[in-house]
Design a protein around this ligand. Structure first.
Ligand code: NAP
Length: 306
C-alpha cells in the first residue's frame, strides 16, 4: 500500500497551508477532506487576512490556498469523511468512508462544527428556517424577518451580511456585552435594520411547516416573549472535530486539542492545527500559521527518524 510522508486531514486554511509547506519541503503529501475550503467557504468576506486590504471572498481565498498547495505537489482528495485513525506500527492508518490511507506523519486540521442551541424546534426546522450558514441560506430571506443568535464575531458579522437580504435582523444575545471586535460592534449598532435583543435566550423555535416565531426569555426579568420571525441563524461558537483522534491527543476542558508551539500532540508524528487546537485566537491567519509550523515540524520529525 502507498505510504505518504504526511497525511493532512482537513483542507481549510490550516490544512492547505500545511500542504503548501509540506509540498515545498518535497514531502509526499496527501490532503483529505469532504471538499476543499473549510469554513472559508461559508464566509462571505474576509477583511483581515494580511495583504488582502480590499477584502476577499472566502471562496476566492480558499481557491488561492488550494491552488498554492497543488502547485507544490500536494495531492488533494475530496469526498472523504475520516471515521477512524489508528497506529499501524510506526504508521498512521486513516480510514475514511472511501478507503484507507497510511502516513508516516499526520496533521489534523479538521476544523470545527457549529455548536447547537439544543432547544425544541432546532432539529425539526433545520433547512426550514433554521440555519448555521448565512452565505448558504441568506438569499432565501429576501425582504423577510430573521433572527441571529450569538454575541461573537460570527454572529455580528453574519447579522451585517444578512441585512443585504432581510428587511429586519434581530440580534439575540444572552448577555449585554458582545465578544465581537469593537469595529464590528460599531457597524452593527449603526445599522438601522438590526435590532439588538440583549439578555435574552431562545427557549424554543416554533412553526408549522417553516419557522414562524421564537420563544425568548429575558434572563434578568424572567419574562417570556414570542418573536415572529421567518428564520433563525445560529452562531454560538464551534465544537472541534476531534473524535477520530481523541485516543491519541490531550484536550482542554472545552475539547480543543492541546499542542506545544511546534503543533506536536502527545503522539509522536501527530500534529494538530487551526480551529481544532486549544489557542487564544482562531482566525484564517493563525490557522495558516499553525499549518506552516506543523509541516515544518513534520519535516523535522521525518528527518530525525531517517
Ligand atoms: P465565539 O467567539 O465563541 O462566540 C460565541 C457566542 O455565542 C458568544 O457570544 C456566546 O455568549 C454565545 N453563546 C455560546 N453558547 C451559547 C448558548 N448556548 N446560547 C446562547 N448563546 C451562546 O464564536 P464565533 O463568533 O463563532 O467565533 C469563533 C472564533 O472565530 C472566534 O475566535 C472568533 O474571533 C473567530 N472569528 C473571527 C472572525 C474575524 O476575525 N473576521 C469572524 C468570525 C469568527 P457569551 O459571550 O455569553 O459567552
Amino acid at each position: 500500500m502507498e505510504v505518504w510522508d504526511v497525511i493532512i486531514v482537513g483542507a481549510g486554511p490550516g490544512g492547505l497551508a500545511a500542504g503548501i509547506y509540506a509540498g515545498r519541503s518535497e514531502l509526499k503529501t496527501l490532503i483529505l477532506d469532504r471538499m476543499p475550503g473549510g469554513q472559508l467557504l461559508i464566509t462571505e468576506e474576509i477583511e483581515n487576512y494580511p495583504g488582502f486590504y480590499e477584502s476577499v471572498s472566502g471562496f476566492e481565498l480558499s481557491e488561492k490556498f488550494r491552488k498554492h498547495a497543488e502547485k507544490f505537489g500536494a495531492k488533494i482528495e475530496v469526498g472523504h469523511t475520516v471515521n477512524e485513525v489508528s497506529l499501524d506500527g510506526e504508521l498512521f492508518l486513516v480510514k475514511t468512508d472511501q478507503g484507507e490511507f497510511r502516513g508516516k506523519t499526520l496533521i489534523w486540521a479538521a476544523g470545527s462544527n457549529p455548536r447547537k442551541l439544543g432547544v425544541p424546534g432546532e432539529v425539526e426546522f433545520l433547512g426550514r428556517g433554521v440555519s448555521y450558514c448565512a452565505v448558504c441560506d441568506g438569499a432565501f430571506f429576501k425582504d423577510r424577518v430573521v433572527a441571529v443568535v450569538g454575541g461573537g464575531d460570527s454572529a455580528l458579522e453574519e447579522s451585517l451580511y444578512l441585512t443585504k437580504f432581510a428587511k429586519k435582523v434581530y440580534l439575540i444575545h444572552r448577555r449585554d456585552k458582545f465578544r465581537a471586535v469593537k469595529v464590528i460592534q460599531s457597524r452593527v449598532k449603526r445599522n438601522e435594520k438590526i435590532e439588538l435583543l440583549l439578555n435574552k435566550v431562545v427557549l424554543s423555535i416554533n412553526g408549522r411547516d417553516f419557522v414562524d416565531s421564537l420563544t425568548l426569555k429575558d434572563v434578568k426579568t424572567g419574562e417570556e416573549m414570542e418573536l415572529p420571525v421567518d428564520g433563525v441563524f445560529i452562531f454560538i461558537g464551534n465544537e472541534p472535530n476531534v473524535s477520530p483522534i481523541l485516543h491519541l491527543v490531550d484536550t482542554d476542558p472545552a475539547g480543543f486539542i492541546i499542542t506545544d508551539e511546534e503543533m506536536r500532540t502527545k503522539t509522536p508524528g501527530l500534529f494538530a492545527v487551526g480551529d481544532v487546537r486549544s489557542k487564544p485566537l482562531r482566525q484564517v491567519v493563525t490557522a495558516a500559521s499553525d499549518g506552516a509550523v506543523a509541516a515544518m515540524s513534520a519535516t523535522k520529525f521525518l528527518e530525525e527518524k531517517e
